[in-house]
Every structure is written in C-alpha cells, then in structure tokens.
Design a protein around this ligand. Structure first.
Ligand SMILES: [Zn+2]
Length: 283
C-alpha cells in the first residue's frame, strides 16, 4: 500500500534499521522493487532522480508518480514514493503538485545560511501541501572525486542541530564518508560522527551513495541512526547486465517479437538482486 515516507521512516527508526530507497528509471525497476518488497514483506521506497528524465528522457514526474501509486496499491507492504535531489524551489513544488508527497531539496552546494534559507522556504510550502521534505547538510560528492580525505565536507553535529531546528525538515542527508557513484577505494563511514549527529538531532538520518559500502559498515550505521539508505548505481548496473545477458542469449535467432520477452527476463534478474539487498533492511 502507498504509505507516507515519514511514517515508513518512523517504522524504520523503531526497528533500528533503514528503509532502502531505490532509484528507478522505469516500470521494470519500480515493478521489481515493489514485487520483491511484497514477497519479502519489507517496506521500501521507490525514488525518481529528476536528473534522469531531464538528461536521459526516462519517465516524467507525473507519469512516474501515477505508476508507482498504482503498483503500491496492488500490494500489502508499505511502499513510499520519493523525489531525489532537486535543486530549486519551483521544481520541488511542481513535483509535489504532480503527485510526490515526499521530496528532497538539495541546497548543500551553498553555504549553511543559504542552505537553511532555501530549505526552510521549501518546508514551509511543502508542509502546507502535506508533503515530507528531506534536505542535505555537509556535502555528499561524487565517489570518483574522493581520492583521499574530504572530511571538510562532512556534516558537523552542531550545524545539523541548528539546521533541523530552523528548517523543520523531516529527514536529513548527512556526509560521513559516503559518496555517489562508484567508489575508487573502499569507503570508511565515520561512525563516531554519525553518533554525534544522531544525538544532536531528532529526525531520521539518510545515507546517500549506497552502492559499494561494505555491508558490515551499513549494518552498524543503521543501528546508529541511519533510517533511509539510497541505492542507485548498483541497481542500474544489474539492469544493464540483465539486458546484455538477454541480448547475448537471443542474438541472431531471427524472432521478430523477442523484444516483448525482455521485461519479464530483466524483472526476474532485478528481483533476484533486490531479494538479497533487502536482507539489509530488518523490519
Ligand atoms: Zn544522493
């Protein structure tokens, strides 16, 4: 069933775990996430990264929201719909009006004062419209740029406390050694910093850049306050490999309608990956 993201995050917090939020670009991915969530009875979030339709012409905001809602309403397990990184007030509010009841405003590229001001402007309107807001403090960069110590960008506990108090944000993305994309070397999450931030704030904390963080570190992070965990790159990689495998299997067999077999073939592969991944999430 479709559930508010803030409700699912509260459930995760009560269970000392994190809900996994999967970036999806189309029906195959969203269907597979929701079907596997139902099979394993594990709440999940399905997430659209606006950059994907803006740059790659995947699914638009309204179409994606409608698709996820219909899929979510066909199952019993709680499913949340969330919009990932959005960078300006207008596009966030437009997305809420097109059906997203949970959004992220990412003003982390600005200084703290501007980040607070833009985030607060978004939460004021979003809360009137009944939507939840995630924001980011510190800066989660790209893994490919992380060639050493980037701890200047890590989230500081006192700034996080002030940020939450002044913005009334519903969840907070923090930077503790995580990054987006493919890691050059094995990441080491700063767990002591996570504990400090968790003690200083009272909102669910979010970890981005989940592809490639060792599971032992994730399990500790989930126990210490991370309640939402984003996965994108790894999931897209499994999707690509499944398509490549199907093409390899059927190349040159001359059947004109074999394209129609692709969705169920890849969905089976995606579900296999997701079933393993969802074991991390202990509701
Ligand atoms: Zn992110």
């Amino acid at each position: 069933m479709l559930e508010k993201v803030s409700t699912i995050l509260r459930m995760a917090d009560e269970c000392n775990t994190a809900v996994i939020s999967f970036i999806c670009m189309d029906y195959n991915m969203a269907y597979s996430v929701i079907a596997t969530a139902e099979k394993t009875n594990t709440p999940v979030l399905v997430m659209l990264l606006p950059e994907h339709y803006e740059k790659n012409n995947t699914m638009n905001v309204g179409g994606f929201a409608a698709m996820v809602k219909e899929l979510a309403e066909s199952v019993k397990v709680p499913v949340g719909l969330h919009l990932d990184h959005s960078y300006d007030y207008e596009s966030v509010i437009r997305s809420i009006k097109k059906g997203f009841s949970s959004v992220m405003i990412d003003a982390s590229a600005y200084g703290l004062e501007e980040n607070i001001a833009l985030t607060r402007k978004v939460t004021e309107t979003a809360h009137i419209l009944g939507a939840d807001v995630e924001a980011e403090i510190g800066h989660v960069g790209l893994a490919q740029d992380c060639d050493g110590d980037k701890s200047d960008y890590y989230t500081k506990a006192d700034a996080a406390e002030r940020f939450c108090r002044e913005t009334e944000v519903d969840s907070l993305t923090i930077a503790i050694g995580n990054a987006h994309g493919v890691y050059v070397e094995t990441p080491h999450l700063d767990i002591a910093r996570l504990e400090e931030i968790n003690a200083a704030t009272d909102v669910p904390l979010v970890l981005h850049g989940g592809s490639g963080i060792p599971h032992e570190q994730l399990e500790i992070a989930f126990r210490k306050g991370i309640n939402k965990f984003n996965v994108g790159t790894e999931f897209l990689g499994v999707y690509y490999d499944a398509v490549a495998e199907y093409v390899h299997n059927t190349e040159g067999d001359g059947r004109p309608l074999k394209m129609l077999e692709v969705p169920m073939f890849v969905q089976e592969r995606l579900c296999g990956y997701l079933e393993e991944k969802l074991k991390l999430s202990r509701f």
